[in-house]
Design a protein. Sequence first.
Length: 236
Amino acid sequence: MALHDGRTTGVANALCRSVFNVAPFQGTLLPGESKELRLTFSPDHASSQYGAEARIILAHTSVHWRAEVKGACFPSSVYVLGGDSPPTHDEHALPLDETGLDDSAGRDAAKPLLLTFEARHGGAVSRHITIGCVKPALKKSPTDSERHVLAESTLAGNAVFQLDSVQAALKAGFSFEPAKGSVEAGTERSVTVTWNPAAIGDVSSSCEEDVVLSTKGDVAARWRLLLRGFVSVSDA
């Protein structure tokens, strides 16, 4: 049995080192025996688009398996996915000092995230963004004496988020569910943004509003949500 490198299906490392590695790379299986393969993810820059294809081949046969692996790397524990802007290698919010969450300079420095809404015949339309919190990697199994420390630090690894400066967006027919909350480490949470022009009695115009998504994990950060809505009368 041998593992062969396949084609890259996503972002590659900038320094040309392998993003994904498997050990053992090859070996022999006796009848009835199984072997565990360990896959290691080693990114060298931030991106949510890492991907590769690996093949496992049985020697002297035409039998093989293909596996597509994906990975994401973020510079901080909290990340936000979604929107219409294409992802890039630095697709993350800029870290901000906690004391600057409400100033206008911080608002301009926040990472923009575009959400476009096409309301057919003025009906409501929803978009979703995902807020995730990375679970800290455990490089070795904890000893019995360390388990209580890990249990106490679990809550500390969680993240919180809140949508700010939403008054103008609410008046324009936008709503947010939930508008604030927490995300447990190792999980993701979806936030639904809905635009309903009929709710404000205007189904003929477009609108542009911005709101601020503030997050707090290992660092405080901010995203600027660019909300762009327009009414379509086409059935296509």
